[in-house]
Ligand binder design. Structure first.
Ligand SMILES: *[C@@H]1O[C@H](CO)[C@@H](O)[C@H](O)[C@H]1NC(C)=O
Ligand SMILES: *[C@@H]1O[C@H](CO)[C@@H](O)[C@H](O)[C@H]1NC(C)=O
Ligand SMILES: *[C@@H]1O[C@H](CO)[C@@H](O)[C@H](O)[C@H]1NC(C)=O
Ligand SMILES: *[C@@H]1O[C@H](CO)[C@@H](O)[C@H](O)[C@H]1NC(C)=O
Ligand SMILES: *[C@@H]1O[C@H](CO)[C@@H](O)[C@H](O)[C@H]1NC(C)=O
Length: 826
């Protein structure tokens, strides 16, 4: 085991050396919240900048909506929700990794009337149903991430070698389980990015808090209270400066340790909105009957209003709610006071203290040990919560309430920082984060004959989560042939392995090898994003080669080579195993691994003998050989996407992206045709001088008619026109300008020839002292550039030529500045 870990460590070192340094990357940090999402970017030339939305906002609504085939994001999606409640998917974070029959799904349906949820194939997780399709939730989140990626990529400096974003760090609440986390990771994969790390909200805030402060060598404890739209968490964090080598002059770094976490998964802003909504709805139905209940549109509007009322009540004691024609042409007007609001949430208030108590208990600390409570998340702005915090949690000490971080952006900045430091692609301040597992991961093993049952811990509570993949010995009776392995996270069942033919696999490894120390192991992993995964179950044993220990030095290098060699073999052999267990197929095939085992044995021994034929065989270091055990997997709850579903979601996303880019291209040319047609009208209408000089009245009338026809065509056909047709139209319109331009150039060329002739005559006369006249240079350059531009007939170049025309009309005021007046003067 120790040796295996040494090899794994070597793996890291070597892969760092061997992998060619990639182009310096960009990292996008995403604070993905229930109601709002923010993103920040770090890249060469971009340092922790907030990714702005299309309307230059620093945060956006979490959501995606469809308007026909067009996708809308953020506030645009929220804007269309009251009109199209069935195709607007907002605030859906709580549904990730949850089944359609879960409580979360039920709550969601109540809060989002009009949205239809359906199971994703046989996975039982949520898909959003639209009138003509359905979208797995991972795909919808993928669209959102992909959109942020696009916005981020637009911020990359044009000069930099980095033009794409491949790495993201995304915030998650501490209570998200493996299935929920994996759903986010899958969504990112669908969007074409890799999740460097999922970062706990509290960790992200702590990092942000620490990055601008200094601490000392005594541990300092703080609470981070994060009350978002969907949930509340209290993270107890310690900060401590570490002097390396104990010296005052040594390097110092900062340790951030998550000492304890408490949470309430559905105490948040949405719950408050829901309460206000119920108040408003009760008032409406009392006055006008409950017909409104059958109108999703009205209910969605009422929900939006409830959210607005809550926000205003944080700063005011009373708010007037007024909605025109809410339902059945009825205008609704009512007044909600803060006292009424607080009354409606009375039962919620005692829940505020619980997360704090849990975290303190986990850390074995008292509230008096805490220096401050740092407030995060919009819901901490609700006055009554702050009062409860002081009274119930801080024992009346209001001075400990700290609003010193930017409640909106601390998490996204911290998450980005964490992504940067985990990816090691940039140098960062020395901050090490210890965010131990708050749960235990274990396995309950039972023999199929009912004679054996046992539970075993795989990763204990408090394990440092640093990406630990381990082979954990499985204790079962020697002759057991079939067994059920129930993998659990914090006592909740994740999935069940049905092992079979255990004895057959055992015989195989024993027959093929001179085995010693044969054991059965589970290949389990707890990733840095705290996703628990099982890659398979295998037999493993040491094979000892005969030993002679003459040439010690040689033997040592040989041994090192062999280790490296084995490591590469090991790397290869681990991937087929991983793939069998993560794919949706049910039985692990044993062929590949068996081959691996054999080839490993043979090649390893040939390498050792062939290299030093006369010298003795290298030393007796045991080598590990492995033999997978067959199994099938059973899920009994929500399940993550398999590879095939992910691939089809990816393809669908790309198809939508293609529709988008086609539409954008179409819109751009459409705009060009429109504005160009207006210009032609204008030039002809105002009798542009150059136009008059180089065209006939008949030509002008022909093109005027063409421009008018083009405008009419645009209005008649509306949005439905296709790109080719538009480009054709543009070409047709530009023809006129090209003709004019050509004639103009011809004239310029003849003038230039004349000038050349007279200039050389002049030069012959005055041999020196004559300043190079501009007239010589400008016309010579002008035609060439212009000609090149004129040959491109669509889109982008319209303006350059068009501007030339515009200039000619304004140029009269400032003669001598442009080509044309010169030309006119001549
Ligand atoms: C679930 O559906 C997928 C594809 O629709 C299929 O490949 C897979 O075998 C199914 N799994 C189970 C357990 O039915
Ligand atoms: C600081 O953090 C590092 C890395 O997590 C750890 O090895 C070290 O023991 C910590 N130091 C203290 C004093 O806790
Ligand atoms: C990794 O997990 C294994 C199994 O629980 C444990 O024995 C080992 O100490 C862990 N290693 C680290 C570095 O956490
Ligand atoms: C098998 O390994 C043992 C030591 O573990 C050794 O004594 C024995 O000679 C080996 N047998 C063969 C056939 O290599
Ligand atoms: C193999 O040998 C190593 C080192 O002697 C030992 O630690 C380990 O327990 C042995 N067995 C297995 C199955 O790894």
């Amino acid at each position: 085991m120790i040796r295996l870990q040494a090899l794994l460590f070597l793996t890291c070192l070597i892969s760092l050396v061997l992998i060619p340094a990639p182009a310096i990357a960009a990292i996008l940090g995403i604070d993905f919240g229930q109601s709002t999402t923010k993103a920040a970017l770090v890249a060469p030339g971009v340092s922790f900048e907030i990714v702005l939305t299309r309307d230059s906002k620093r945060k956006d609504v979490s959501g995606v909506a469809f308007n026909g085939e067009e996708r809308l994001y953020g506030s645009a999606a929220a804007g269309i929700a009251p009109r199209a409640p069935t195709t607007a998917f907002l605030h859906f974070k709580s549904l990730l990794g949850r089944s359609v029959s879960s409580l979360e799904a039920e709550t969601y349906m109540a809060q989002h009337p009009g949205v239809d949820l359906t199971p994703s194939g046989n996975r039982s997780t949520v898909s959003f149903k639209t009138p003509d399709s359905s979208f797995p939730i991972e795909e919808i989140l993928g669209m959102s991430i992909s959109h942020l990626k696009t916005l981020g990529e637009e911020m990359l400096p044009k000069s930099s070698a980095t033009s794409r974003i491949y790495d993201v760090a995304i915030t998650v609440p501490p209570y998200f389980d493996s299935v929920q986390r994996k759903a986010i990771i899958d969504a990112a994969e669908i969007a074409g990015v890799r999740v460097t790390a999922l970062v706990h909200d509290g960790v992200a805030t702590a990092i942000n808090y620490a990055s601008s402060r200094s601490f000392n060598q005594e541990k300092q404890y703080h609470f981070i209270l994060d009350m978002g739209a969907g949930s509340t968490s209290a993270t107890l964090v310690s900060f401590q400066e570490i002097q390396e080598g104990g010296s005052r002059f040594g390097k110092s770094s900062l340790n951030i340790t998550i000492e304890g976490v408490g949470f309430d998964q559905d105490l948040g802003g949405d719950l408050l909105d829901q309460r206000i909504y119920e108040v408003l709805l009760a008032r409406f139905t009392a006055a006008h009957g409950d017909g409104i209940l059958s109108s999703p549109r009205s209910l969605v509007r009422l929900h939006k209003e409830a959210e607005r009322v809550k926000t205003i009540l944080s700063a005011n004691t009373e708010v007037i709610s007024s909605m025109e024609s809410l339902y059945d042409d009825i205008d609704f007007r009512t007044i909600v006071s803060r006292a009424e609001f607080e009354d409606a949430i009375q039962d919620v208030l005692p829940r505020v203290a619980k997360p704090f108590e849990d975290a303190l208990q986990a850390a074995n600390l008292d509230i008096l040990d805490i220096k401050s409570v740092i407030l995060m998340g919009g819901t901490t702005r609700v006055p009554i919560f702050q009062q409860v915090l002081v009274k119930d949690v801080l024992k009346g000490d209001a001075t400990k309430v700290s609003r010193s971080v930017n409640a909106d952006e601390a998490a996204v900045m911290g998450a980005t920082f964490r992504g940067v430091s985990v990816s090691k692609q940039f140098k960062t301040k020395e901050i090490s984060v210890l965010d131990p597992s708050i749960w235990e991961y274990d396995v309950v093993v039972s023999g199929s004959d009912g004679t054996f049952t046992g539970a075993q811990t795989l990763f204990p509570k408090g394990s440092p989560v640093i990406g630990n993949r381990s082979l954990v010995e499985l204790q079962i009776p020697e002759d057991l042939d079939e067994a059920t392995l129930e993998f659990r996270e914090d006592g909740r069942q994740l999935y069940t392995y049905g092992l079979h033919s255990i004895q057959e696999s055992k015989k195989k490894i024993l027959d093929a090898n001179n085995c010693s120390d044969l054991i059965l192991v589970i290949d389990a992993e707890l990733t840095v994003s705290r996703v628990f995964d099982v890659h398979g179950v295998l037999w493993q044993c040491n094979v000892t080669a005969p030993a002679v220990s003459d040439a010690k030095d040689d033997a040592e290098t040989e041994d090192f080579k062999q280790k490296v060699f084995n490591f590469f073999k090991g790397e290869k052999s681990s991937s087929p195993e991983a793939s069998t267990s993560t794919s949706e197929t049910t039985t692990a095939t044993e062929e590949p691994a068996e081959e691996q085992t054999e080839s490993e044995t043979t090649t390893a021994s040939t390498s050792t003998t062939s290299k030093r034929p006369q010298a003795t065989v290298p030393p007796a270091k045991p080598r590990l050989v492995k033999q997978p055990v067959k199994y099938n997997v059973r899920y009994n709850g929500a399940r993550n996407m398999g590879r095939a579903t992910k691939a089809s979601s990816k393809a669908r996303l790309r198809a939508f992206d293609k529709l988008d880019s086609d539409r954008h291209a179409r819109d751009a040319v459409r705009n060009d045709v429109e504005s160009y047609s207006y210009r032609i009208r204008e030039w002809i209408g105002y009798e542009n001088r150059r136009l008059m000089e180089h065209s006939s009245e008949e030509e002008r009338q022909t093109f005027l008619r063409k421009a008018e026809a083009a405008l009419e065509w645009l209005y008649d056909e509306g949005e439905s026109m296709i790109l080719d047709k538009l480009e054709e139209k543009m070409k047709e319109l530009k023809e006129f300008e090209n003709i004019i331009f050509k004639r103009e150039m011809e004239k310029l060329a003849s003038i230039e020839a004349e000038l050349r002739a007279s200039a050389s005559a002049a030069a012959a006369e005055e041999s020196a002292e004559v300043n190079g006249e501009e007239e010589l240079v400008i016309p010579a350059d002008g035609p060439e550039e212009g000609a090149a531009e004129a040959s491109v007939s669509t889109g982008a170049t319209t303006t350059t030529l068009a501007e030339t025309f515009e200039e000619s009309s304004t140029a009269d005021a400032e003669p001598g500045e442009t080509e044309l007046p010169q030309h006119d003067e001549l």
